[in-house]
Ligand binder design. Structure first.
Ligand code: COI
Length: 368
């Protein structure tokens, strides 16, 4: 059993400052009082676990992460429940994905129970930082970096640091009246991930490679970039930090189908994506993990077959997509505004996460 020593205390001044104006900071700019650290080396395995004060990390400039980018992370949230208690959402899924990312990046795996306990300890310690309110939560960012000081590039690092930090999160893309629809840019020049690469891992390098596409999207007047497959530049994969879902009407007047690009190995297996497939089935929608080209996306919107598109992820929850554009022009999805299926799924998911709707799948993990 890996132990964590407790070396932190509450800082009521900082809490009070944050609670006085919780919306003062953008997503991921304010951090709670504490953090988790845990080290690994070849001799001792995982050791020196601590719950300590949030602070800078001292590393030698030669630490391998700075040169070869050996880093992975997770995104998860703690939710204030109606009775004031706090719960995590499917934390064991994040732990399993963290280990899948670790395997792909040749890093040591962390026992699932240690990952979950580390997150629980931090949330319990900093529980006063978990905001109330419909779309608010405490965003948790577990990550692991290679710390061995070496420029040698034959084998992965022989020492690592695992950390968890936490940041009170207002709704990522929402306005006071709910989420506004995004406009997206289909990147035809750059790609995010290729078969056999690291696209399915939550590795920092995937996100670093996405910045240029995101900047191109913004230069084109769009909010977010959509990545196409690397081989044919045809098939829609995902956005930089979110999966995509398409609501397709049935031709015979039956229930619509929720279609999301299949996990081909080049896109991230989102926990939100997976949860929505279950919820959609429960709400009587058809579900399909398939594929769609940019051209089919446009044609099916123009034919009134695809009526809604949304992006989903832990940070973003569910965000409607109202318009798509690529080098050969753009099109509107439905009437360009958040659609009923999108908003129903969003209400259902947030309702479960905040304990307002029964948790039939037992996804909530109660912490304190
Ligand atoms: C998350 O949704 O948790 C992510 O890691 C995406 C990130 C771009 C904020």
């Amino acid at each position: 059993m890996i132990e964590f020593q407790i070396k932190t205390s509450r800082n009521p001044m900082r809490e009070a400052e944050h609670q006085a104006d919780p919306d003062a900071a953008n997503f991921g700019e304010v951090f709670t009082d504490s953090m988790i650290t845990l080290r690994w080396d070849e001799k001792r395995g995982w050791h020196d676990g601590r719950l300590e004060e949030y602070q800078d990390i001292a590393l030698p400039p030669a630490a391998l992460v700075f040169h070869y980018g050996q880093e992975i992370f997770e995104g998860m949230k703690a939710y204030r429940q109606r009775d004031g208690s706090i719960a995590l959402f499917r934390p064991e899924c994040n732990a399993a994905r963290f280990n899948a990312s670790a395997r792909r990046l040749a890093m040591p795996e962390l026992p699932v129970e240690t990952f979950v306990r580390a997150v629980e300890l931090l949330v319990k310690q900093d529980r006063r930082w978990v905001p109330g309110g419909d779309d608010n939560s405490l965003y948790l960012r577990p990550f692991m970096i290679a710390t061995q000081p070496t420029l040698e590039f034959t084998l992965p690092a022989r020492s690592y640091l695992f950390c968890v930090i936490a940041s009170p999160a207002p709704a990522y893309f929402s306005t006071e009246t709910g989420p506004s629809a995004l406009s997206v840019w289909l990147s035809e020049e750059y790609t995010r991930a290729a078969p056999g690469g690291t696209g399915a891992a939550k590795a920092g390098g995937n996100y670093a490679g996405a910045f240029l596409g995101q900047r191109e999207a913004m230069d084109q007047g769009c909010d977010q970039v959509v990545w196409l497959d690397a081989a044919e530049h045809t098939w829609v994969e995902e956005m930089s930090g979110m999966n995509l879902c398409f609501v397709r009407q049935s031709r015979d007047g039956g229930a619509p189908t929720l279609m999301t690009p299949a996990l081909t190995g080049t896109l991230l297996p989102g926990v939100t994506r997976d949860s929505l497939l279950t919820l959609a089935r429960r709400l009587g929608l058809g579900c399909e993990e398939g594929r769609i080209s940019a051209e089919q996306w446009r044609e099916q919107c123009e034919a009134g077959l695809i009526t809604e598109v949304f992006a989903c992820g832990t940070a973003a929850v569910i965000v409607p997509v109202g318009r798509a554009r690529g080098v050969s022009g753009g099109w509107t999805i439905g009437d360009g505004r958040p659609g009923p299926v999108t908003m129903r799924l969003r209400a259902e998911l947030l309702g479960i996460q905040h304990g307002r709707i029964p948790d039939e799948s037992r996804w909530l993990h109660h912490v304190c």
